[in-house]
Design a protein around this ligand. Structure first.
Ligand SMILES: Cc1ncc(COP(=O)(O)O)c(C=O)c1O
Length: 387
């Protein structure tokens, strides 16, 4: 079907890689922060090589093709249609969330999240003088669901200004269904809570699940939401710093635009522009092959754990390449597990509590690496746990 070699082990030590160079030792195997150990898509590489060959790297004017490539990708893959002039670009989704929160809240406002959830949600809320309020997800029978009564109670709090939705959800691995999204969206409309939908992981949804863009559900939802999207997880471009914000509502969009400018978050590099265009226009085959490889990694991990570590429970992976593993049977807390894995076997994973108190008893493992590395990581876990 293709000749992409996801088994190739590409050395990343001493490449200014946060993932690989954070720890001093050469022996460390990092399976924590969410970037992949694969080379990006060939079309992206050629576009970047062409840019380097040109050799002049002045200030950037973002061309029309950047917007066209973005809107076509979402329309084609998810039936999520929006106009090019309703997009604002910035250097990352976290920067986007910062600008949106700055633009649309007052100090002391509450922002509703669903713990356990992506750790930067906490920092962007707190750094903008707002308060976190969590509608913790329900974990039962190895599955995550939403406590809608609690959701409504918290949305109805008059200080709650925004619901920060993670769609699909990191680290729970859930792809929210149309019914779940509709129910949450209706509650937010009723209580005048704006929805920010972080959809950065939407390209890693595994069949039979389907990504539903929150804003695509109804016109009312479209006007009551802001969507953050990026090619950075999908094509492994996090270091190139690029993301987009789609806001249908003109007043909201203008406020976000002002916040981006006021905080100098509106500049991107020519590499980011070229990479996005090549990714969205010419790299779909690569992505489909990658998704197959990633899902096989997940099945490999599940099988390994079922065979050698039956005391651990792997949460179903509907989306993302971040596997969420329940370790409660070990009777030690998740931070201690993280420390033991690092100190005894040089393996870096994330403790579940990084994603809020509701993550206690879990660890998160990044499986976006060649299968041989994944196997090495699993063997390290087995060694530590059997000790
Ligand atoms: C849900 C979510 N949003 C945003 C980000 C980071 O986005 P960026 O690197 O564009 O700031 C991540 C990275 O893991 C993530 O999981």
């Amino acid at each position: 079907m293709n000749n992409f070699n996801f088994d190739e082990i590409i050395p990343r030590r001493n490449t200014c890689s946060l993932k690989w160079d954070k720890a001093a030792s050469d022996d460390v195997l990092p399976m924590w922060v969410a970037d992949m150990d694969f080379r990006t898509a060939p079309a992206v590489l050629s576009a970047l090589q062409k840019r380097v060959q040109h050799g002049v790297f002045g200030y950037t004017k973002v061309p029309d093709e950047f917007y066209r490539a973005t809107t076509r990708w979402f329309a084609r893959r998810y039936g999520f249609c929006f106009q090019e002039d309703k997009i604002l670009y910035t250097s990352g989704v976290v920067a986007a969330l910062t600008a949106v929160i700055k633009a649309l809240t007052k100090a002391g406002n509450r922002i509703l999240i669903q713990e356990p959830v992506y750790n930067c949600f906490f920092s962007v809320i707190k750094n903008n003088n707002c308060e976190v309020i969590s509608n913790d997800l329900i974990y039962q029978n190895n599955q995550y669901t939403i406590d809608f009564e609690d959701f409504e109670r918290k949305a109805a709090d008059c200080d709650t200004a925004i619901f920060l939705l993670c769609n699909p959800h990191n680290p729970a691995g859930r792809v929210w269904t149309r019914e779940e999204l509709t129910r949450m969206g209706e509650i937010c409309l009723k209580h005048k809570v704006l929805v920010i939908s972080d959809e950065i992981h939407c390209d890693f949804v595994f069949a039979p699940h389907q990504h539903i863009a929150f804003a695509s559900i109804s016109e009312e939802f479209r006007h009551n939401s802001v969507t953050c999207i990026a090619p950075s997880k999908t094509f492994n471009l996090a270091g190139l710093k690029i993301a987009n914000i789609y806001a249908e509502n003109a007043e909201i969009r203008q406020k976000i635009d002002s916040a981006l400018h006021a905080n100098e978050l509106h500049e991107i590099s020519p590499f980011a522009v070229d990479a996005l265009i090549a990714a969205y226009n010419h790299s779909e085959t690569w992505l489909e092959a990658l998704k197959i490889y990633l899902y096989k990694n997940y099945l490999f991990l599940k099988q390994y754990i079922a065979t050698h570590l039956p005391q651990l429970k792997v949460t179903p992976l509907e989306a993302t390449y971040l596997v969420w593993i329940e370790c409660k049977a070990l009777n030690i807390n998740s931070k201690e597990i993280e420390t033991l894995l690092f100190e005894q076997e040089n393996l870096q994973v994330n403790a579940g509590t990084l994603y809020g108190a509701a993550g206690e008893g879990f660890i998160r493992i990044n499986i976006a690496c060649p299968r041989a590395l994944l196997q090495r990581g699993l063997e390290k876990i087995r060694t530590v746990i059997s000790n």
